[in-house]
Design a protein around this ligand. Structure first.
Ligand code: DX5
Ligand code: ZN
Length: 217
């Protein structure tokens, strides 16, 4: 599945860009929330999530890059998120945070920075709906893919199977037509793609090509 990151979309034409994603083969919308504290950039907040939700015909997958996610869990549900990803690095009581996401009625995702080993999930993986492995350092779209991610995906897949978890594996950052097939072969279920789509001449066709590469990998 493809989840389109709108971080590099043209926000002056947001409705048009949402319609493009609605018409494409993408499965989800990926919304990057950045607070300028946990990551060195500020993106957008709840009113934008609400606006996307009002027009999107597909589920919203919200990636929180904020220092203190706990007080905002319910609000993201009210604004239309179906999937909520929190960073392991921001949650000292991760089990409690995951519980609160599920209690609020959403699917719970945990995101790991490139330097954070997959093994930190050993004791919670059974209660996780999605593991998001960052393949760039979070904060900006358009960065280059970190190649260690291939092996990290395989190690995460092994952990999920050993613990009989239902968690999906998602990868985010620098995904394009050159690496998507190999990532699929390593075990990725959901691919976040941003700038590769929005910088292309025909975004719907680019999504088609990415989807085809996933299906034939
Ligand atoms: C990075 C964000 C990503 C980013 C992906 O911090 O989490 O979702 O927008 O964009 P590309 O595909 O441009 O790397
Ligand atoms: Zn993201």
């Amino acid at each position: 599945m493809i989840s389109v990151s709108i971080l590099n979309a043209d926000f002056g034409r947001l409705n048009e860009q949402i319609d493009m994603i609605n018409q494409s083969k993408a499965a989800w919308f990926h919304l990057d929330i950045m607070d300028g504290v946990f990551v060195p950039n500020i993106s957008f907040g709840l009113p934008v999530v609400q606006a996307v939700h009002a027009r999107a015909a597909k589920p919203l997958d919200t990636h929180l890059m904020i220092a203190n996610p706990d007080p905002y869990v319910k609000e993201f549900h009210h604004c239309g998120s179906q999937w909520l990803n929190v960073h392991y690095e921001t949650c000292p009581h991760l089990h409690r945070t995951l519980e609160s996401i599920r209690k609020a009625g959403m699917k719970a995702g945990v995101t790991l920075n490139p330097h954070t080993p997959h093994s930190v999930l050993e004791e919670v993986i059974a209660d996780v709906d999605l593991v998001l492995l960052m393949s760039v350092n979070p904060g900006f779209g358009g960065q280059s893919f970190i190649r260690n991610t291939y092996d990290k995906v395989a190690r995460t897949r092994e952990l999920i199977e050993r613990k009989q978890s239902q968690a999906l594996i998602q990868v985010d950052g620098g995904v394009d037509l050159k690496n998507i097939a190999r990532l699929r072969q390593a075990g990725v279920d959901v691919f976040v793609v941003g700038s590769f789509i929005f910088r292309s001449e025909d975004p719907v066709k680019t999504i088609d090509e990415l989807q085809h590469a996933i299906e034939t990998a």
